[in-house]
Design a binder for this molecule. Structure first.
Ligand SMILES: *Cc1c(COP(=O)(O)O)cnc(C)c1O
Length: 376
């Protein structure tokens, strides 16, 4: 089966990991510090906080944004459900707002209609790697006294109007799961231009340790053994073993991006001009880091096309089932029909294989199978 996504690991990655294993620091060491500098470099931020997954990054970001009981978080249903569920862990209530018909990203007008004086965060996802409309969403969030969070699990290395993903929103999260744009096996990161927020993120992922002595509540010399915990935290520390893999992968990020763009261009060319198909939208000013190739089939035969491709050995996926359709949300009063644009998008969508080591002949085989299926 041709997978829909997979990591690209080479001998230099294996060497980088082995070098850490031969050294003194398996965790909280220099490879982690280097990886955080590298991620901050890509994001254009003063710092980065590496964590154990994209989900941990979201939880850490909501905690660092001081989301708490009674708050509302406005988010998209066309995402992996962790974008929403991590805010629930902080006690927030989720309000789903609909997406734009072209990109599948959170629609600023829908978000504006959904915010209230209880909204603490507006959270958009860079669906498939295409950046959210950050300027419009920032205005919606800030007008409501809220922060904009960008779930950039799909889009590290992308940019909008020349500004890198990571510098577009108040706080941005990444995932380094194997299918994503670069991998640390499991891993993620939080970036922001707000140093106080980064400080809270860094304490949260380290079980709430307050390292900065100037912030200690206790006054005077408490002894060399002293430490403080002022807020709740969890252990979401990314080990150096994995951070080293991340830093080495980052050296190939540009190459990964070029190849993902080339695969996208090849699919676009091969599937263009067919009435029942919609190739992914690409807005002016956006320089996406294509993580997925989300094709839409408009004639109601998504199920048949999906089964046909799977039976032909093509590992297609659907990204995503609308989050509010999940039983957890359905059992709490969220209803089908609440976000019709996202729901229609989801019912038409099929993610074709997309990863840097995908061969042109495999792309052509997928195109041929799709064209045959729709009779083009
Ligand atoms: C993958 C993903 C996550 C979660 O990342 P993990 O590293 O798998 O925990 C969150 N949001 C989106 C949009 C994702 O695609």
């Amino acid at each position: 089966m041709l997978p829909y996504g997979r990591q690209s690991v080479d001998e230099s990655d294996i060497e980088a990991v082995a070098a850490v294993l031969r050294g003194d620091w398996l965790t909280t060491g220099p490879a982690l510090a280097q990886f955080e500098r590298d991620i901050a470099g890509i994001a254009g931020t003063p710092g980065a906080v590496a964590v154990t997954s994209g989900t941990a990054a979201l939880h850490t970001a909501y905690a660092a944004a001081q989301v708490r009981e009674g708050d509302e978080v406005v988010t998209t249903p066309l995402t992996f459900f962790a974008t929403a569920t991590c805010a629930i862990w902080q006690g927030a209530t989720i309000v789903f707002a609909d997406v734009s018909e072209d990109t599948g990203n959170l629609d600023p007008a829908a978000a504006a209609a959904a915010v209230t004086d209880r909204t603490a965060v507006v959270a958009g996802t860079d669906y498939a790697g295409h950046p959210i409309d950050a300027p419009a969403l920032t205005k919606v969030a800030h007008d409501a006294g809220a922060l904009l969070l960008e779930d950039a699990a799909h889009s590290v290395g992308g940019s909008l109007d020349g500004t890198p993903v990571g510098s577009l929103a108040d706080v941005t999260t990444f995932s380094f799961f194997p299918t994503k744009n670069l991998t640390t096996a499991e891993g993620g990161a939080v970036v922001s231009h707000d140093e106080a927020l980064l400080g809270r993120a860094s304490e949260f992922k380290a079980i709430g340790y307050t390292r900065d002595q100037s912030r200690w509540r206790a006054e005077g010399d408490q002894g060399g053994w002293y430490y403080e915990m002022q807020e709740l935290g969890l252990n979401y520390r990314l080990p150096d073993v994995l951070a080293a893999l991340g830093s080495n992968q980052l050296k190939r990020l540009d190459a990964f991006k070029k190849r993902r763009q080339a695969v996208t261009d090849r699919y676009n060319a091969g599937l263009a001009g067919i009435d029942v198909l919609r190739t992914p939208a690409h807005r002016a000013g956006a320089d996406p880091m294509w993580h997925l190739y989300p094709l839409r089939i408009l004639d109601g035969r998504r199920r048949q096309l999906f089964d046909h491709l799977r039976e032909s050995g093509i590992g297609v996926q659907v990204n995503y089932i609308p989050v509010h359709w999940q039983p957890y949300f359905a059992e709490r009063g969220y209803r089908k029909g609440m976000c019709p644009v996202a729901e229609a998008y989801s019912e038409q969508e099929i993610s074709l294989p997309m990863f840097p080591d995908l061969k042109d002949e495999d792309v052509d085989r997928v195109i041929e199978l799709v064209r045959e299926f729709v009779g083009a």
